[in-house]
Design a protein around this ligand. Sequence first.
Ligand SMILES: [Zn+2]
Ligand SMILES: [Zn+2]
Ligand SMILES: [Zn+2]
Length: 219
Amino acid sequence: MILHENKTFLAYRCPHCGTGVIGLCGTFALGGGRLFRLRCACGESNMSVCETADHKIRLSVPCLLCRTDHHYVLSPSLFFGKELFLLNCTYSDLDICFIGTEEKIRAALRENEATLRRMFQDAGLAALSRARTNTDPPLPDTEILDILRFLVRDLEEEGRIDCPCHNGDYEIAVSEEGISVRCRNCGARFLFPVDSVSAAQAFLSCDSLTLQDPDNHTP
Ligand SMILES: [Zn+2]
Ligand SMILES: [Zn+2]
Ligand SMILES: [Zn+2]
């Protein structure tokens, strides 16, 4: 008897750091009731796959928006047989699990990133206008911070943040003046004032950021 191993690539987006995590899952990894786990390098999330008693494939996928796992059961022919198969969050319609060939999955993840960026920009603006009706303190809520972290990470991954040292490792800091993106290496920063909605809007929809040395302002 010849055993042929079915394999497929899988991906999900880590709710903690926003990374698209890709892995390869095969029938051998699921044999004998074993649980296959695909983990994000940040260590904060994983998706799991196992075979049910009636030989279906059960998936547990972290959802970026609901902050909880969603569960799906698929037939093996669907799981292993498609060039691209997407599973969405039923509450938001956002695709959260990508199954198929590596090439198709990477393309779908890129598309998903663009969708998320638009959703987060809209959500960020809505959260900011809500925050604005609260007069004091002007500090942003965690929802806005999460959105900003995602956007900064997105810009950083695509090499669209620059600073005087050009080799930045960027972080987000919150102060009374607002939210700033700061280079851990040279200290340059970009300040996003929390009390200005137009500045917030500009920040949320920007395509690139140039950080400046805070002691050396050019008007
Ligand atoms: Zn992660
Ligand atoms: Zn969800
Ligand atoms: Zn720098």
